[in-house]
Ligand binder design. Structure first.
Ligand code: G3I
Length: 473
């Protein structure tokens, strides 16, 4: 793992070294100028920003290739490392597509998150019909062969994928479980650990983004694997629906971090009922921003990977007909509002900051006018109101170099903050006094950062947008 990380970070030339103690990592960080690519912004805070890629598109489409190289510092093979692609028949390994993706990553100083060794889908039927002994042999051979091939070139692996069912946290009733029993998970991790001791090993699943029965089961499995030192991290796929970022997502990731594990958003997309209108695209931007902020503020979140480049590349419309538009780029490769939101969440400086654009024509959804101020300016916007509450996004823009900032405002009515992220201070009363979090106070002139919060309010009342005073701290 170290090889590729060092290679990628070595290209952050001329970086001003700032101890990122608050992030819990000893990396060089560049604050000299605002970052204008996802990759630059993610590099500057020591995170992976990844994209799931298709080997054929990388080969055949220059525009796709250029964006993947310039905007992302991490790649995942969307399909090319799965069992059906790498070992379609017993002992017959085919690595051309996976190789081309790893080569591309190496050429472009990108890390690779490997996906995946053991899954109930995209595993050939010859594996599925084996008896317990032969299936174990096939699994061990497969993991050894693939992990050894990419040792030192793939930084982390989804060792097992989707092993918990959607049924109240029960184990998934897969051919793996039916044939080998629950021990198949331990076998997979033990094998992967021995095959590549330096790779980070992840358990990966969907619908575990918030605290629920399924993530509780993953938590118990993770505890067991961690106690054997064969697990390094948990992958949260985050195939989300518009407006439904779980309110417990931050707390959920934190409880896995508290076990001593890394966390990673591995397959992020946010689907919309088609056709998507501008308000929905703005809501999507707010949702993306929230997810990426959660990772940005957790020192042990290794990064965020989006599950495809353009909307047209996504698996979503095929699986959930009538929905789509879930990614950062439109079909014509233009950047969507979600792109800018992710850039801002990573601490970069996008033009046309979507968090300051009115989200919808809903009268309850408004944005405060940009107040004047010398050292910094801050604006609030309501991203999603409901009867008894709302989610707000806030942007702090530095008019001069800052080593910290403070924001204050007074709620005119019943609004009170119930939970907040990327901001600290006295937040819950009528008079709000907030300050930067440890990781988002240092801003170059012209650079912005974001924070957010939820409020409660009287049923049916409007979520107001007070003017914010921002001062350097
Ligand atoms: O490669 C064949 C091609 O030869 C054939 O002509 C074509 C015709 O259908 O199919 C191609 O295979 C498709 C493959 O993607 C590559 O494009 C499969 O049919 C299709 O089922 C497969 O879908 C992938 C899906 O996993 C499989 O379950 C999606 O691209 C991929 O995005 C999706 O990714 C999964 C993650 O691995 C795990 N988490 C959920 C996520 C979304 O389902």
């Amino acid at each position: 793992m170290l090889l590729t990380r060092q290679r990628r970070r070595a290209v952050i030339a001329g970086a001003v070294t700032v101890a990122t103690a608050a992030l819990g990592i000893g990396l060089s960080t560049q604050f000299a100028s605002a970052q204008t690519t996802l990759r630059g912004a993610a590099d500057a805070i020591g995170k992976d920003i990844g994209v799931a890629v298709d080997a054929n598109r990388l080969q055949s489409n220059a525009q796709y290739r250029d964006i993947v190289a310039s905007e992302f510092n991490s790649l995942t093979a969307e399909n090319a490392m799965k069992w059906d692609a790498t070992e379609p028949s017993d002992g017959n390994y085919t690595f051309s597509q996976a190789d081309s993706i790893v080569d591309f990553a190496e050429d472009n100083n990108q890390t690779v998150h490997g996906h995946t060794f053991v899954w109930h889908q995209q595993t050939p039927s010859w594996v599925q019909s084996l008896n317990a002994t032969s299936m174990r042999t096939a699994m061990v051979d497969h993991i050894n062969t693939v992990a050894n091939r990419y040792e030192g070139r793939v930084d982390s692996w989804d060792v097992v994928n989707e092993v918990v069912s959607d049924n109240n946290g029960a184990m998934r009733d897969s051919f793996w479980l039916r044939t080998m029993g629950e021990g198949y998970i331990t076998t997979a991790f033990q094998t992967a650990r021995a095959a590549d001791p330096n790779a980070d090993l992840y358990i990966n699943d969907y619908s575990i983004d918030g605290i629920n029965a399924k993530s509780d089961t993953v938590y118990r499995i993770a505890q067991g694997l961690k106690s054997q030192n064969i697990l390094d991290g948990v992958g949260f796929q985050a195939h989300l629906i518009l407006g439904q970022v779980p309110s417990t997502m931050e707390a959920n990731l934190q409880r896995f971090v508290d076990l001593g594990l890394k966390v990673r958003i591995t397959e992020l997309d946010i689907r919309i009922n088609l056709p998507a209108d501008s308000a929905e695209l703005q809501q999507q931007a707010n949702d993306y921003q929230r997810v990426v902020e959660i990772c940005a503020e957790l020192a042990d979140c290794s990064g965020v990977t989006v599950w495809g480049l353009r909307d047209a590349d996504s698996w979503v419309p095929g699986t959930f007909p009538g929905t789509g538009a879930p990614l950062l780029y439109a079909d014509d490769y233009s950047k969507k509002p979600a792109y800018t939101a992710v850039l801002n969440a990573l601490g970069g400086d996008g033009t046309g900051n979507p968090t300051t654009t009115p989200a919808t024509s809903d009268p309850a959804t408004t944005t405060s006018p940009p107040p004047t101020g010398s050292g910094c300016t801050a604006t609030l916007s309501v991203s999603s109101p409901w009867n008894t509450g709302a989610t707000y996004s806030a942007t702090v823009k530095a008019n001069q170099a800052l080593s910290g900032w403070k924001v204050t405002w007074t709620w005119p009515g019943s609004e009170r903050i119930s939970n907040a992220w990327s901001v600290t201070g006295t937040l819950t009363g009528a008079s709000v006094s907030g300050a930067n979090a440890p990781y988002n106070g240092t801003l170059a002139a012209g650079q912005s950062t974001t924070f957010g919060f939820n409020i409660t309010k009287a049923d049916g009342s409007t979520a107001s947008v007070p003017t914010v005073t921002c001062t350097p701290a």
